[in-house]
Design a protein around this ligand. Sequence first.
Ligand code: NAP
Length: 415
Amino acid sequence: MNKTIKLGLIGFGVVGQGLYDVLNKAKGINADVYKICVKDRNKRRTIPDFHFTYDAEDIIESPEVDVVVEIINDSDEAYKIVTAALKNGKHVVTANKKMLAEHLAELVELQQKHNVSLLYEASTCGAIPIIRNLEEYYDNELLYSVCGIFNGTSNFILTKIFDENLSYGVALKQAQDLGFAETDPTSDVGGFDAKYKLCIVAAHAYGLFLNPKEVFNYGIEHLSDHDIRYAREKGFKIKLVPTAVKLNEKQVTLFVMPQFVGKDNYLYNVDNENNGVIVEAAFADKQFFYGKGAGGHPTGSAVLSDISALTYAYRYEYKKYLQEEKTSYTTDIELEIYLKYEDEKDLKNFKFNSISEKHFAPTHNYIIGTITLSDLIKAKEVLNNKTISIINTGRSIVLAKKDTVKKSLADAILK
Ligand SMILES: NC(=O)c1ccc[n+]([C@@H]2O[C@H](COP(=O)([O-])OP(=O)(O)OC[C@H]3O[C@@H](n4cnc5c(N)ncnc54)[C@H](OP(=O)(O)O)[C@@H]3O)[C@@H](O)[C@H]2O)c1
């Protein structure tokens, strides 16, 4: 595309306004906004009314529009808009991680079928350029792992807890008052948002297109004062860490869980609403990306970068997905967790393979031991119990041995 690109923006909230600003300030990008679609006719706008439409079809159907920029806050509507735009031969730039994670395979097929491009750098870790890096830069290298802090809201809350001694409830309220957390914060504090981003990362790091429902996520909302005290005593912070690990030539595992993080971990100093990504590769070794994971201008800058990439006809090629030797996803791994519980009865749900620490007190108990991810997934129901919390110690993740003898905790305690 050498001519000026005509953009149709759908959504003019935090990201839409940020993008509009960034577009006006950026020099050298050949792009004009044709129209902006929003929902609420009565909302006051910062730019004149003639820029707006209330019907997405005015943009999707217009022969004038080359690129549909979808930045609304409703993933079901976003799916309808994005699929209609791709089918109409429009390139699409989107920031909607939930919509992408839930429909990625279908959307990729659509973009191929209609010979257009679908880009989404802003969907994962805001301004940090991680998707195109995983797709292009780590193309030929064995990627051992990708992990990090992908959710600014939960990181803000954890920072307030650790730096200012706030309780979880007060820290959440502060995040809500400052506009970092939604009224219903489940997606952020329950680890869903981080999981959607992890699924997008897995597509570009390992060529895996997964249904997010298959991936284990456990958030920060059940962390108790006991867990925080334990972490402090050991010199750790707790961070919500989505993790993807390549276990061997063929298998990758993914999960989202709180993790103890020591001072020697890059993530220790990623505080407040910031994001960080650690990529570990065979030749490049460990690399760390740090930056703003949200906000109008940072996220707008990632959208702008995608628009700019379209000026030279850039498209994700999904090379790792298309290669012959496919990678598969497994939950058959063993990891070490800290489990805090109150009621002994709950323990029968956790099948530990080994136990290295046990603590019993009148107020709470905890156990540190190894367990398989598939057994943790089986315990998902009981993990909804507010008196239970789990934290990944981060010390070891290995393929589970088939012949591992699983001890029920009752056996282990009796030993
Ligand atoms: N905020 C961030 O920092 C950030 C960072 C990374 C990714 N994202 C992603 O970017 C997207 C946008 O987030 P945001 O924070 O900018 O949301 P937001 O501030 O809540 O704004 C949403 C915008 O979408 C419009 N909208 C909603 N439904 C619509 C519909 N059916 N048709 C047309 N317009 C519609 C709203 O219209 P009205 O103005 O009329 O209400 C509003 O302008 C989301 O997918 C989000 O996950 C956000």
